[in-house]
Design a protein around this ligand. Structure first.
Ligand code: SF4
Ligand code: SF4
Length: 186
């Protein structure tokens, strides 16, 4: 059995203190200093409601049933005589209960219209569980905190949405150049 030298523990502790006191601190002074979060952090779910078609897929696939959507139908009158009126869904309510949400990301994955995004925002803690249900205005405001997507690889294929928009803009520019009455008839 080895005998301990009296005061050796204290000496060890002091050695650790001396070794670390000159090193740079790794802690951050939150909330004065905002943390640097990875861009793909799952802080909160943001809604880009302009893209939402009220297809209900996210609410149906959510394992926790914590997405609440209300909508009504609206008639869109036909643009041309003889054509049929159309109906479209109008969003009345879109809310997520973050007290139930388990941050699985299924809703973001399944949305076919790119209306849901992860935001690194995390400062929405509260001591009232009812205040964790956030409505569309808050979810929409969180869109401003969603990081921009990473730049495309320069050799990547042009995304089809960009290609379509570019071709439409080129066609319009040609028609304008050619003057009125020369556009293709529908
Ligand atoms: S992250 Fe998962 S649990 Fe949360 S709302 Fe989306 S699907 Fe539901
Ligand atoms: S899946 Fe997307 S488009 Fe459909 S209701 Fe949900 S957010 Fe809206």
């Amino acid at each position: 059995m080895t005998r301990k030298i009296p005061g050796s523990g204290l000496a060890k502790g002091l050695a650790v203190t001396l070794r670390t006191m000159t090193k740079r601190s790794v802690t951050q002074g939150y909330p004065e200093v905002a943390p640097e979060l990875p861009p793909r952090s799952r802080g909160v779910i943001a809604l880009f409601e302009e893209n939402c078609t009220v297809c209900m897929l996210c609410a149906r696939e959510c394992p926790d049933w914590c997405i609440y959507i209300d909508s009504h139908k609206e008639v869109v009158p036909a643009k041309e005589p003889g054509a049929r009126d159309r109906t479209r869904n109008v969003l009345d309510r879109f809310a997520i209960d973050f007290a139930l949400c388990m941050y699985c990301g299924i809703c973001v994955e399944v949305c076919p219209f790119d209306a849901l995004f992860w935001s690194p925002e995390f400062e929405y803690a509260t001591d009232d569980i009812r205040a964790l249900t956030h409505e569309r205005d808050t979810l929409r405001a969180w869109m401003w905190t969603v990081p921009a997507p990473p730049a495309l690889d320069e050799r990547a294929e042009e995304p089809k949405e960009f290609a379509m928009a570019r071709r439409a803009a080129e066609k319009l520019a040609k028609e304008r150049q050619a003057g009125p009455g020369t556009g293709e008839e529908a």
